[in-house]
Design a protein. Structure first.
Length: 439
């Protein structure tokens, strides 16, 4: 270890010990309107953002403009003969604040199809990357390469009024959402199918066309993509991908730059990467137990062994929710209709039967219930989309609907650049000492 690195380590260890002491003895003291503990632990639960598109309640789950996921599955327009909502309808709802008609959704599908052409240089950039590049890295690079098309960036450079910012952000938003499926599908076919691309079908809806370009022709997989793109679209503004998109956009970075920043956050193991970790954990369990259909007793013991090794059970727990994630329930209902006997789906359900009690009994986990990631990978695996590294790209395509709708609202409302106040640990120690003297 070099001497600079060693000095840093010594300083960091000392400060970490100081912070632990502060949290233990003074964690509930106020720093303005927040506590010291909240400042050190991710500002969890501190109201400090305004997001118009959705609201997450700890007991009720996510609501999009006031509508729950079960309500949206019933009320949003569907593809001809389909049973799942069209994600274009959810985007309309988040953007406009009203439920769309079938005509509204058909119009939006047509607009997105017209804007879906991706410039050749974007594919050229992707083709230059090593074959080993992670799909999320490629996805972010594809969006960054597409930034050359930003109408907002060009208009801002030419000089536009602040009151017109939203109009150019809106144009970028529609174009970016329209092109994301083709970029994502190109990455999938490039990495896993020898670069054999599939041309888009302009007659299909946004999610259906995405499924088609990925290389799947099962109508129920089209339905899964429509459901998946709908339920992963938004989760209010405090999650990493939404907050980052908002934060970078508050500096008037264009939607391409802002969305890319959000996607680099989504790629993290504590955010969008979790869905692939769920499948990896189940596959490791089956391999270790030497069976594809473990019993509930075997699963229970494996969960206990996982916890005893100091690891987490992926797909369980949530920063806000204190109940089973409604997005998990929606996927479970889909599976009961389309693939109730699929081995991976069965494993997910058996885990659901035993995990909450085991996790709850530890006394250390506030939410022992499954989140959206606990189920999504099992459905994708059933249909043959087994490349786990690609799952977060699917998440990213969907999340564009929510974070970009919010970005349109940010600019329409003229929201300010985000700049919260920060303190040093030294200053926090001084505040604690000052309060003790005063008392």
């Amino acid at each position: 270890m070099g001497y600079v690195k060693q000095r840093f380590r010594e300083k960091a260890d000392a400060l970490a010990a100081d912070i632990k002491d502060i949290l233990s003895n003074h964690g509930d003291k106020k720093l303005g309107d927040v506590t010291i503990r909240q400042a050190y632990t991710g500002m969890r639960g501190v109201p400090g953002l305004v997001t118009e598109t959705s609201l997450l309640d700890a007991e009720e789950g996510i609501r999009f403009r006031g509508y729950s996921i079960p309500e949206l599955r019933e009320l949003l327009p569907k593809a001809e003969g389909g049973i799942e909502p069209l994600p274009e309808g959810l985007f309309y709802l988040m953007l406009v604040g009203e439920l769309p008609s079938k005509e509204d959704v058909d119009h939006l599908s047509t607009v997105l199809a017209r804007r879906s052409n991706v410039p050749k240089h974007v594919f050229d950039v992707l083709d230059k990357m090593p074959a080993s590049t992670h799909p999320m890295t490629l996805f972010c690079q594809g969006v960054m390469a597409l930034q050359t098309e930003s109408k907002f960036a060009k208009a801002y450079k030419e000089g536009i009024s602040k009151k017109d910012h939203w109009e150019y952000v809106y144009e970028d938003t529609l174009s970016l959402i329209a092109r994301l499926p083709q970029i994502a599908a190109y990455i999938y076919r490039k990495k896993y199918h020898n670069g054999e691309g599939i041309e888009p079908d302009a007659e299909l809806d946004w999610a259906g066309n995405f499924a088609h370009m990925l290389g799947f022709d099962d109508p129920s997989f089209y339905a899964l993509m429509r459901l998946y793109m709908t339920i992963h679209a938004d989760h209010e503004g405090g999650n990493v991908s939404a907050h980052t998109t908002h934060l970078v956009g508050s500096a008037l970075s264009d939607p391409y730059l802002s969305f890319t920043a959000g996607m680099t956050g989504l790629a993290g193991p504590l955010h969008g990467l979790a869905n692939q970790e769920v499948i990896a954990w189940i596959e490791d369990m089956c391999e270790e137990l030497n069976t594809q259909e473990p019993s509930k007793d075997q699963i229970s013991q494996y969960i206990k062994d996982t916890l005893a090794a100091g690891k987490v059970v992926p797909g369980y727990g949530h920063a806000v929710l204190r109940k089973t994630d409604p997005r998990f329930t929606a996927q479970m209902e889909f599976a009961k209709t389309h693939c109730p006997d699929a081995p991976m789906v069965q494993n997910v359900w058996k885990i659901y039967e035993v995990a909450p009690d085991i996790l709850g009994a530890t006394g250390k986990i506030k939410n022992p219930w499954p989140n959206v990631d606990a189920h999504s990978g099992a459905l994708l695996t059933h249909y043959g989309l087994v490349e786990k590294e690609f799952y977060t790209v699917l998440f990213g395509v969907s999340r564009a609907l929510g974070v970009l709708a919010s970005l349109c609202w940010d600019r329409a409302l003229g929201l300010s650049i985000e700049r919260p106040k920060s303190l040093t640990t030294k200053r926090i120690k001084e505040i604690v000492a000052e309060e003790e003297v005063a008392s």
